[in-house]
Structure formats: C-alpha cells, structure tokens
Design a protein around this ligand. Structure first.
Ligand SMILES: Cc1ncc(COP(=O)(O)O)c(C=O)c1O
Length: 382
C-alpha cells in the first residue's frame, strides 16, 4: 500500500484511522503455508492480535483456523463463519460457562492451562472433548518481559511433572481425548534458539511419558522487524526446527498473530500542531496511547512516516506525542523528521497486531476508525 492510498484514506474517512492492507495479510498466509508444505500443517490465527471482522473473514475464506482466548473472541469468529472444529481455545483462566459451551460445540481443542482447569473441565463434560496440555518448558524467549510466557515464573501452562499427572488423569477419562501438547513461549521472538530449546525439551518429555501426539501446537511468537533490522529468520527456523518437528510425526499447529498482521497496517494521524518549548519540540498528533498502547506498555518503537512533501523542509528532532493525559503518551522520543505543518498527515507503521485490539476508552477519546485496502479500493470496516 503506498502513501497516496494512505492520504486518500485520511481524506475520505478522517483521522485517526487504522488502514489495513488485506492482500498483504493473504500473502503472509501463503508464505507460512508454503514453508510448512511438507507437514500436515494448520495455521491458527491468534485473534487477540487483531479481531477485525473483515480480516477474520478473509482468514476464514483462506481455510485457516483460529486461536481464541475468550467468549468475546469465540463469538466474533463464529459470527464470520468459523465452525467450532476450526477453533482452538486458549487462555489461562477459562470460565466454567465458557468451558461448558466449548465442550457442547465441539471445538478442535481446548488447551488446558492447569491441573485445576482440567478438574473444572471434568465438571462440564456433557459430551466427549478434545484437549491439549499447554506445557511451560521454562525457556527464556529473549523478548520483552511483559510478553515472555514460557518461563517457570510466568502464569502460563504447566511444568512437565504436572503435565505427566494431567496425562494420566486424562487417559483414565473416556470423555476426554488428549490430542496433543501446546506451548507458547512468548511474542515478538527474533531468535530461533528459544524455539529450539522448547521443542527439544518437549520432544524428550513426550518420549518419557510414552505420548504420541496427534497435534503439536507451537503457539505463535514470530517476531517482525519494527525498524531495527531484527526479525525471526525463517530459513534458520526451517533448518533448525523442522528436523525436530518431523520426529514428532504429528500435525503441526502454529498460532501466529503478530507475524501475519502487524506489518499490514498503518495508524494514520493528523498533526494537530507543533509545540515548541525552551528544551523540546513536540509533534502533537490526533492519536495517542489509547489507540496504540505498545510504545507506552512495551517501550515499542514504531516507525513514523510523513505523508507530506518533505523536500526542502527543515529537519527537527521531536517527541511525537498524543492527546492523552499521561507522559507515557509518547510514540517516539527525539525522533528525526521533516517538520510537519498543522493538518498534515503521518502514518505510524506496523500496527496491525495488538494495535486496535488493545485500544481503550481512556479519556473518552473515540477509538479510531478502521479501513480496509483490498488491493483496488478502500472501504470502511464494519
Ligand atoms: C497462546 C498464544 N498463542 C498465540 C499467541 C500469538 O502470539 P504472536 O502474536 O506473537 O504470534 C499468543 C500471544 O500472546 C498466545 O498467548
């Protein structure tokens, strides 16, 4: 999607505005499907990254599965046509009524996050259910601590001893079918080593308890390049991880979110004005941390591109900020850019994952609109 399309979007729909490049999303699906072509492979898109209905609908048509973590997400994917057998249920604290519904509907897999959750599930088994166990392999994903999930100290999944006890219990229950193991060690992972450590330890664990898994679900986490040149090297991943996955001899599921959608979207914003103080220049945008919380929450640095003529413009070093009453409402600090004028547009890049999905009503500033670029035209998303 080029900058003219983004300006068109801003002029036609007003700002602030999320603009999604749908062909990009479909291309990502093709890349990952092609990479895993020698496996019985299923991509289960992590809906937490982006629950936009038009994007989910395109994923549904592509044949992908989905991973959901709440009733809200479950209902959203059902509303665009995903049948329960294409839905994987995750989440570290599933409610009883949620489990009840997932069992009744017959989802592809309920990924159990704890022994306690297994006991809870047993109380709602109105019919047989397919389950997996989320193991926590105690691996450092080398990512931001807020999105590292595979360390023993994290709340997610169970250690191998607990997993053994769960396997025994599940095997003794005719209403439960253990289809496999699941792990998700973190998000925005840019090194292959943590994945290698995880799959090797899970392989040995499965062997030690005599478990032949039908489905090995490796979660998501593939890191993208947010502008610092670092992303997961897929060729290295293929070389190091595939031989071990082949040893499993099972179907492989990946619950990718960020890698599929993050680079597909821009948050287009209008420059309200440029504020100059004795020590600083602030570029004030009409969007802030309530529309994109990643910089405030994770210290994330998103590239910001000008959608105005930069030739001959003075370069400034500015803090690019929003209208929210928090100093954390800062997208970039000391960011070098061509000085914008009031009313000109900028685009914040790579916001398709954990962008709109994490937006809030704080300060009661309305959420941005969402617009889809389908390769030919722009349209307002429902
Ligand atoms: C269980 C699970 N699967 C998949 C994902 C998606 O991760 P990512 O967007 O990094 O691919 C997450 C994200 O936190 C998750 O918790």
């Amino acid at each position: 999607m080029d900058s003219h399309t983004l300006v068109d979007a801003a002029m036609s729909f007003g700002t602030p505005l999320y603009v999604y490049d749908l062909p990009f999303v479909l291309q990502r699906i093709s890349v990952v499907t092609e990479l895993f072509k020698d496996f019985d492979f299923h991509l289960a898109f992590a809906v937490k990254a982006n629950f936009n209905k038009d994007i989910l609908s395109a994923l549904e048509k592509s044949g992908a599965m989905v991973d959901v973590v709440s009733f809200g997400e479950y209902n959203q994917v059902r509303s665009v046509g995903f049948t329960p057998d294409r839905i994987i249920v995750n989440g570290n604290c599933k409610k009883k009524e949620e489990l009840d519904k997932y069992v009744q509907d017959g989802v592809f897999s309920i990924n159990l996050d704890s022994y306690e959750e297994l006991l809870r599930l047993e109380t709602v088994l109105s019919r047989p259910a397919r389950v997996s166990i989320r193991v926590n392999p105690d691996v450092d994903a080398k990512t931001h601590r807020h999105i590292a999930t595979g360390l023993r100290e994290n709340k997610f999944g169970v250690d191998f001893d607990t997993a053994s006890a769960m396997i025994e219990r599940i095997r003794s229950n005719k209403m439960l079918e253990l289809i496999g193991l699941h792990c998700h060690i973190g998000s925005q992972i840019t090194e292959v080593e943590p994945y290698l450590e995880a799959v090797v330890s899970i392989k040995y664990f499965a062997r030690s308890v005599g478990l032949r898994v039908q489905v090995f679900n490796l979660g998501g986490g593939w890191g993208i390049d947010y502008g610092n040149g670092k992303s997961l090297d897929l060729e290295e991943y293929r070389q190091k991880i595939f031989p071990i996955l082949k040893e499993f001899g099972s179907a492989i599921v990946l619950e990718l979110g960020r890698w599929i959608v993050a680079p597909s979207a821009y948050l287009v914003s209008k420059v309200e004005y440029v504020k100059k103080t004795a020590s600083k220049i602030f570029v004030m945008l009409d969007t802030g941390m309530t529309h994109l919380i990643r910089p405030a929450l994770y210290g994330a640095k998103h590239k910001i591109i000008p959608l105005y003529e930069t030739k001959g413009r003075k370069k400034i070093k500015a803090d690019v900020v929003g209208p929210i009453c928090e100093s954390a409402d800062t997208f970039r600090k000391s960011y070098t850019m061509a000085e914008p004028k009031e009313g000109e547009f900028v685009a914040i890049c790579d916001v398709g994952a954990y962008g709109y999905a994490m937006a809030s009503d704080y300060n009661l500033i309305p959420k941005p609109k969402e617009v889809i670029w389908d390769g030919k035209k722009l349209f307002r998303s429902s």
